[in-house]
Design a binder for this molecule. Structure first.
Ligand code: 7TS
Length: 402
């Protein structure tokens, strides 16, 4: 995999006088030249607005935009490109579902079932939907090792549950949730399912039909694509009955002064000029990832996470949170006596980019009793040698702060 490092120009620099080690991939990944070139090519050759101009460039831009939609559809096994809605990212995709679907179908007495390990993006929109509709929030608890308590699910999955929304991989604990089983069991009580695939889409193979989910959301920037582009997959039957959430150009069939009629999905959910270049970049990112192969990326990321898990666990003073396996490509850890912010800053001084903070998981962080943690998250261009360098720096920090 080390050969792929050459595709990422940004990796080849020093940080604070040391070779950069970029371990903040759960926040955002770096972009390969293939994606940067696709953006440049689009702006140098094809740039125009989509779906409207009757001219050559507009037609080329529209074709590039729709080609990207088709690539996304096949990347996640959707039945057709009409099931793919372009959004700003995971956050906007979930807000779309919470406001448009939730606003239309949730009512007092209904239950929105989440898990205790959701990113704020898959929590706050549901708090808002609950406040507006009178629905109630409930949470699948965690076991001591940081996995979902699947036995508690039996009692929670009552007919009142109208929606189960859960993260595929926790961006805080690294836990991989049993997405297919969760969707099957939710469907058995008639609940709609939403999978937050922000931490899985760039790392492992996804097949929305095999998962059996109704909605799935992810962000391009966590899988080699630019920021500002993301995806909401919605099963055709459910999108057909979901009303729009934003109004504007491109989402209407005809408009009178007092009222209008809407286009079918996905246009109904894409009001205004979309992020055309972002979609083109996402298409290029998908080609790039497919060229390597997700099973290879997944095996690589998981091997780095395991190496880090075992290495950090053996260091004096440190503890890794979450289960050892199965685990996505990240580790969150704490030291007995060093504040995570001091530790993360110490690492930065050595050229190692970690994330320190609450990782947008404040309720769980509070429940577990930590102010924050340090997190290392890996991607296809990281190496075992970099993990070993991190272990050396963490050992140094233990001595430095003693
Ligand atoms: N869901 C999960 C599981 C995430 O990890 C993130 C971002 C989001 C949703 C939101 O994605 P966005 O692209 O819309 O912002 N996670 C992180 C992180 O772990 N550090 O920074 C952002």
């Amino acid at each position: 995999m080390e050969a792929f490092r050459a595709d990422f120009p940004i990796l080849h620099q020093e940080a604070n006088g040391h070779p950069l080690v970029y371990f903040d991939n759960a926040a955002t990944t770096q972009k390969p030249k293939a994606v940067l070139n696709a953006l440049l090519h689009y702006y140098e050759h094809d740039n125009a607005n989509v779906h409207r101009g009757l001219h050559l460039l507009s037609n080329r831009a529209t074709e590039a935009f729709e080609r990207a939609r088709a690539k996304v559809a096949s990347y996640i096994g959707a039945a057709s490109p009409e099931e793919i809605i372009f959004t700003r990212g995971t956050t906007e995709a979930i807000n779309l579902v919470a406001q448009a679907w939730g606003g239309a179908f949730l009512k007092p007495g209904d239950v929105i079932l989440l898990t205790e390990m959701e990113h704020h993006s898959n929590l706050v929109p549901w708090q808002q939907a609950a406040a507006k509709t009178g629905a109630t929030l409930k949470f699948i608890p965690l076991t001591g090792s940081g996995t979902l308590d699947m036995e508690a699910l039996d009692g929670l999955l009552t007919p009142e549950v109208k929606l189960l929304a859960f993260t595929h991989i926790s961006n805080f604990l690294g836990t991989v949730n049993p997405a297919q089983e969760l969707c099957t069991r939710a469907r058995a009580v008639g609940a709609v399912t939403l999978v937050d695939a922000a931490q899985s889409a760039g790392h492992l193979e996804l097949d929305v039909r095999a998962l059996g989910c109704d909605f799935l959301a992810f962000s391009g920037h966590k899988m080699c694509a630019p920021t500002g582009i993301g995806v909401l997959y919605g099963r055709a039957e459910i999108l057909d009955k979901t009303p729009p959430w934003q109004g504007g150009g491109e989402m209407i069939l005809s408009v009178r002064y007092e009222s209008c009629t809407y286009k079918p999905a996905p246009a109904r959910f894409e009001a205004g000029t979309p992020n055309i270049a972002g979609a083109v970049g996402l298409g290029a990112a998908i080609d790039y990832i497919n060229g390597i192969g997700r099973p290879r990326i997944q095996a690589h990321d998981e091997a780095l996470a395991l190496r880090a898990f075992e290495g950090i666990t053996e260091l004096p003073g440190y503890r890794v949170l979450g289960p050892q396996s199965p685990r996505g490509g990240l580790v969150s850890f704490v030291h007995d006596s060093i504040h995570p912010h001091d530790l993360t800053s110490f690492c930065d001084q050595k050229g190692l980019a970690l994330r320190g903070g609450h990782h947008c998981n404040q309720p769980l962080m509070k429940k577990l009793g930590f102010p924050s943690t340090s997190r290392a998250s890996f991607y296809l261009y990281n190496t075992p040698g970099e993990v070993d360098r991190m272990l050396g720096i963490l050992r140094e920090a233990d001595r430095f702060f003693a």
